[in-house]
Design a protein. Structure first.
Lengths: 473, 473
């Protein structure tokens, strides 16, 4: 049992310790209750000094601490060690400064991503990171996971926009790396090492984020292709010939799109043909609707040349929202359809290898006799291949089969020059698969850094690496 | 004395060991012979396995190894330990693949940056990194230093384009991080940690670089402002109102521009007014000359509104080259003018603090009675403030004075929210100044990483941190 007296000295009565209260902090959106591990306590710091004290206490007592943002992660990085402490950033949610001169914002990690973007909109500004869970995810979690999402093809991932941070180290020191500057080569790039380290190398307590002028207009095209091959050819053609990079190129396989569509409220549904094998949602942004319309028209011509048809197209907010709703509902449909018996993957391959990856899903479907939803960020080769239990399959058979399927999938993406996670992270889910993507020496160099910065392995142990790997010497 | 037998086993006779041959490897472009330290041997590997063997030998024998690219660094990061080994990448200079489908290139580190860009031009592609020394610097050096340069305001620094690398670790392991993929969150971001680590955490042996379609047209505007204040106001206005980010906004103070101009061949000179206090070179790129012309015209109107005059303007190659020649000749004029008695700095501040920084140069000029050339990347707040010995000052007085001046300058940029190096690095030059920008705890976290990856401190010791800091436990 952990020593609650020390924690109370830091946080007063402001913490959760009852079983009924802590259970919702024992999972994230990984969707499989097998990963559940309930903490002994959940604390809600309001300032950096409390987090520094927390980590000093953790080192003294050897208690594991797991940072937690919005809990929307998909690989279990916010799932604590059973009986450990969860450090929730819920109450550190101030937007400290919107600096319109430098085009930078300073925020606490608990700000919900969409809340920040709405504030920025009032200033004509734009946070270009766009995780699909922007309604619930915290900006601190985006940064800790280096969230990717739907606009990375044009704007890059979240890490691209992180200029500086205040960070509490695993041993409880308050550190500042980077800042309000566009260039910085003053020592090692600790900032980008800790960004994306899934809460294992430091706790962000303040972030300096670069923002950009909001594009004057956006527009979408929802294109339907009779064959998957035509859709992947179209993506390649679009990358070659378009004078502007689309802000999104999202793929949904036909069956998944139709199943998702009928699961939605009637007013939200698209009219989808039963013959379509692949849908692409293409979005452009630009200075004004005329410019965006020209890009959409050219992109639509290219759809026709590749054998598809532009089903929906326009720069009106309602048209765009309807198209995006279909795309965004896919993972929720998967959950409703398959319950915990699904595995939402985020493998990534070189853009030119997308056709091979999509075809490989067919091979997996027929080998393992399970449906696989294929959707995701076609523009940057990052796909959510999602195997789901077939209705006739038993849960036991599913559980027995899925490690083999994932192992074959991971092996294939690495063979294609890709890797096992493009945006969700290793978390707890892929700890034992990391060796598919990285050699022993490569993992050893990472573990050496973990040990150097967190010698007692108290900050988010069991995430990325197993506890025994880190502690073995 | 080092054990040459071991080296000969790896490299055969292909190395330099005579004093007359190794001296040119005892300096870089830091421009001050006080930093000279001649190596005992210089080796020229042609393949990765030799470098792995070299590092294993270095660990066995405790011999320091310093990697070297084009030798164009400005902070001494390529200056070896006296009596150590220099590992030159001169012979590892193959462009392995230009992958036009994925828009990525795979290169060895010894490729000269301009050579790569010329090859890319033939494919309509573009390496967006643009260090001012692109004629001589190696791509490996750019990556190791995270070179910035004149296009970072639009395109970011070199690090932005590094997707993957083969790296020999300080202990001689061959590691691969990243690859031909646009997203990757598989474990720690070792790649971006080692990028910019100035050759202290690993030796790059192969690089995967993202390239982009080459803009169809470029155009420049050389604007003259009677007062410095007007130029800095113009930069702020341009950032606010321009619909497109300029690809460069370069500043040269009036006196430095005129002195540089008269030092150039007559045919290369611009017509510069004696009344001008500040010049700005603004470059745009875009899909075609019409689009670029429109941007230039709008930018020129804004020059007038801020009290300046557009001296030169156009999208012709010759006009652009002439304007850039003036800017690029500045550091060479400084060298000819002041010999080793100058200090080429690269401090960086938040863009909105540029006026304060430029004004601070006036304070330093009058306090220390030395001329200071002010030039550099106004768009991203990164300035080459360069104090030079006054003609009437003795070399002794200069040497006595310069540490105080730099200390005051570094203190001021940190106070303004900036840092002491935006693109040249810490190297050997700023080792003792690093504590101005970073706390003890921040430096300790970096040193912990250095020790974890290079426990015998054999890879480029004395760069970024002193040897005693790293070895003390």
């Amino acid at each position: 049992m952990i020593d609650l007296t020390g924690l109370k000295e830091i946080f007063g009565g402001e913490m959760l310790v009852e079983a009924k209260d802590v259970t919702r902090y024992g999972v994230d959106q990984i969707g499989d209750d097998h990963y559940r591990q309930n903490p002994a306590a959940v604390v809600f710091p309001t300032e950096t000094s409390q987090i520094a004290q927390l980590m000093k206490w953790a080192n003294r007592t050897g208690t594991p601490v797991t940072p937690r943002g919005g809990g929307s992660g998909l690989a279990g990085a916010a799932i604590p060690v059973a009986g450990g402490v969860v450090c929730s950033f819920k109450k550190m949610n101030r937007i400290i400064e919107i600096d319109t001169e430098n085009l930078m914002v300073t925020v606490e990690p608990g700000v919900v991503t969409n809340t920040l973007d709405k504030e920025l909109m009032a200033h004509g500004l734009f946070f270009a990171g766009y995780p699909m869970s922007e309604d619930i995810c915290y900006i601190g979690g985006n940064v800790a996971e280096n969230a990717g999402g739907g606009r990375a093809i044009k704007y890059g991932t979240t890490a691209t926009y992180v200029l500086g941070a205040e960070i509490v180290s695993p041993t409880g020191e308050v550190l500042h790396f980077g800042g309000k500057r566009l260039k910085d080569v003053t020592g090692y790039n600790m900032l980008q090492l800790i960004v994306g380290s899934e809460g294992t190398l430091g706790l962000f307590t303040q972030l300096v984020i670069r923002v950009i002028p909001r594009p004057g207009a956006r527009g979408v095209l929802l294109a339907a292709f009779p064959e998957i091959r035509q859709a992947t050819q179209y993506v390649a053609a679009l990358r070659r010939v378009s004078s502007e990079v689309p802000s999104s190129i999202e793929f949904i396989d036909g069956e998944t799109a139709r199943s998702t569509n009928v699961s939605m409220r009637e007013g939200d549904r698209q009219t989808l043909s039963p013959e379509t094998q692949a849908y692409l949602l293409v979005e452009f942004d630009g200075p004004d609707t005329d410019a965006v319309d020209r890009l959409l028209q050219a992109a639509a011509v290219l759809v026709g040349e590749n054998g598809g048809a532009a089903d929906t197209m326009g720069t009106q907010e309602s048209t765009m929202e309807a198209a995006w709703k279909l795309r965004k509902q896919v993972p929720w449909w998967v959950k409703r359809n398959a319950g915990s018996c699904h595995s939402l993957e985020d493998v990534v391959v070189p853009p030119a290898a997308v056709p091979e990856l999509v075809m490989f899903a067919d091979h997996l479907r027929s080998s393992y006799k399970v449906p696989i939803a294929v959707f995701g960020h076609a523009g940057d080769g990052n796909f959510h291949l999602t195997p789901m239990k077939a209705p006739e399959m038993s849960q036991e058979a599913w559980e027995h089969m899925i490690p083999d399927l994932l192992s074959e999938l991971y092996g294939e993406v690495v063979r294609l020059g890709g890797t096992i996670s493009g945006e969700h992270g290793i978390g707890r889910k892929r700890v034992s698969s990391l060796s598919v993507a990285l050699s022993d020496a490569e993992r050893a160099s990472m573990i050496a850094i973990k040990r150097a910065l967190d010698p007692r392995n108290v900050l988010n142990p069991g995430v990325i690496f197993s506890e025994s790997e880190v502690m073995a010497e």
